[in-house]
Structure formats: structure tokens, C-alpha cells
Design a protein around this ligand. Sequence first.
Ligand SMILES: [Zn+2]
Length: 122
Amino acid sequence: MAIIHCPDCGSQVSEHADICNKCSYPIRKLKASQSIGNTQSDMQNVSVPSPASNSGLIVTGYILALLSLLFFPILFAIGGVVVGVVTIGKGATGHGIAHIILSIVLGTIGAIIGAVVWTLFG
Ligand SMILES: [Zn+2]
């Protein structure tokens, strides 16, 4: 049977006691609130990185893929693929694969458009 110190008067109390036998401090309530507090901190510890922390990266990947259609297709396509790989590494696998596919497809289209425009107007 463990002995704890009453947080109110400091006297030694059995941990199984409902109240302190000296000052009637509610020991049982104290233990209940402590165990709730522990449960909450455990939940915070196991929480995985929130999707919001990846959202900037995910948006960046899509922007790079779209830009590869319009400007410097090879440059932005490579950027989009790199961001896609990083995004997969962060756990957002679906978005990462979408980045890579979009970057390659849009970069290829962008390169073809660029070549056509150069041929016609360059
Ligand atoms: Zn007490």
C-alpha cells in the first residue's frame, strides 16, 4: 500500500484513501484528474504530423507542375518531381504521386508547346 503526501496539508495519506484523514482534502478527485491529464498528454504524444503542415508542400508541387506547362518546362518539371518525392517522404503519398505525374505530363506538354512556339515564331 503506497503512501502519498496530501497536496493540501502535506501529511502522509494512503493512496487508496478518498480524503486526507487530517484536513479532508479530496485525494480521490486529485488522482482522477491526474490520470485524465496523463491520458491527454499521451494522446498529444502519439499524434502524427497534421496534414496542415504538409499543405504548403502539396500546393508547391501542384504550382510547379502547372508552371512547367507555361515556363521553363524542364526546370519546373524537375522541381515538381523533387517536391513530389519529398511529399511522399512526408507521408502524403497520393499528392506526391500526383505531383510527379503532373510534372512529367505537363512538363512534356510544356516542352512541346515551347518547341512549336519556337519553330513558328522563333
Ligand atoms: Zn491533508
